[in-house]
Design a protein around this ligand. Structure first.
Ligand code: SF4
Ligand code: SF4
Length: 367
């Protein structure tokens, strides 16, 4: 098999974040500030990524603005020709920092909102006042002319406001709105019963998005990522393991997907100990689920195996105990009926209280 070059690098600069979203995709064990890679190591990594053919870098976290050197890293990435995207909660991005990011050459920002309704948004984020601060951040980026995507993770506790969420993104001048249903890993799996929508809520969301797409054609794009548990087939997680994507954790571990550390028995290399190109091509972690040779029934021999690549390995492990199994959200998986029944049951029961991600370990300063 000819190995394609990776298209994108997810640089998780830090796990520090002032918010505590109950669906956060960060791992349960968060990296502390003193264990984060220094800026010089991130810059070297970006150079290696360009040599390997990477085109896009996504600066993410936690909250990447928690790093004082964020602007320097963006400037370096832009200088060496990478398309730069900042994935942010917006908290910590005052006027001067936004201006510096613009001068550094930031191409695109993805700004997250938790809801269009102020009180519910603050409740879900676990930080009072954050909704209003985000509105100001969106305005600052628009004034600079940086392309803006509004990201909203949707679930049973904000789906009733989906029409208002679409209006919010439109009023903020967003080029794109990403309506992404919670993906049930890490913190979201812990909170699945509090987040899982029922089939009626999902059907209504699909209709609302379809109508808005027609109405807003040419004004704002809307992406809709539907929840796995209600689909017939899984998504091609990361476009296939080790095919398109590299994630690097705040401590410098190189992963084929940002959740891969949840899988037992995989050895992850750390930046600086081995060249990135060698890790991409030859490391055990990247080879383990690359291609189709690792597959077992029902994926082996399935016509879809090079379309969805067996779905998500982390979900297969979390729900079936074995990462080599087909993603159990696939209707062909022997585990599918059981997990659908469980999800259906959860979505109909009253939602339990959120279990928020671990206490914040970033100073809360005014923007
Ligand atoms: S999902 Fe919420 S808590 Fe997690 S990093 Fe993003 S903003 Fe912070
Ligand atoms: S059996 Fe495997 S390859 Fe086939 S659709 Fe399901 S997850 Fe995809």
């Amino acid at each position: 098999m000819t190995l394609a070059r990776p298209m994108a690098l997810l640089a998780e600069l830090t796990h520090r974040c002032p918010l505590r979203c109950p669906y956060c995709s960060n791992p349960m064990n968060l990296t502390r500030k003193h264990d984060e890679l220094p800026g010089v190591a991130w810059r070297r990594l970006l150079d290696e990524a360009v040599d390997l053919g990477v085109l896009h870098v996504h600066f993410s976290g936690g909250e990447p603005a928690a790093r004082a050197d964020l602007e320097e890293l963006v400037a370096h990435a832009a200088d060496i020709g990478l398309y730069t995207n900042l994935i942010t909660s917006g908290i910590g991005l005052g006027e001067s920092r936004v201006a510096r990011l613009g001068s550094a050459g930031l191409d695109h920002v993805q700004l997250s909102f938790q809801d269009a309704e102020l009180r519910n948004a603050d409740r879900i984020a676990g930080l009072e006042g954050c909704f209003v601060r985000k509105l100001r951040v969106a305005e600052r980026f628009r004034q600079l002319g940086v392309a803006l995507t509004v990201n909203v993770v949707v679930h049973r506790q904000n789906l009733a406001h989906l029409e208002d969420i679409i209006e919010l993104a439109l009023n903020l001048g967003a080029d794109r709105l990403e309506v992404a249903h919670a993906q049930y890993h890490g913190w979201a799996l812990e909170n699945r019963a509090a987040l899982m929508p029922n089939a009626d809520q999902l059907a209504s969301a699909v209709d609302i998005v379809a109508m808005a797409r027609v109405r807003l054609k040419g004004k704002m794009e809307i992406d809709h990522v539907v929840p796995d548990y209600h689909a017939e087939r899984p998504k091609p997680c990361m476009g296939g393991w080790g095919r398109r994507f590299i994630a690097v954790t705040p401590a410098g571990k190189v992963l084929p997907c940002h959740a891969a550390e949840s899988l037992p028995g995989l050895q992850f290399e750390t930046i600086g100990h081995r060249p990135l190109a060698d890790i991409w091509r030859n490391s055990d972690a990247f080879q383990r689920f690359r291609g189709t040779a690792w597959m077992r029934t029902p994926c082996r021999g399935c016509a879809n195996r090079k379309v969805d690549w067996g779905g998500c390995r982390c979900q297969a492990f979390a729900l079936t105990g074995n990462a080599n199994n087909a993603d159990p959200v696939c209707s062909l998986s022997p585990y599918n009926a059981e997990i659908r029944a469980r999800a259906d049951c959860e979505s109909k029961a009253p939602p339990p209280a959120f279990r928020y991600r671990r206490e914040v370990f970033m100073a809360r300063k005014p923007d």
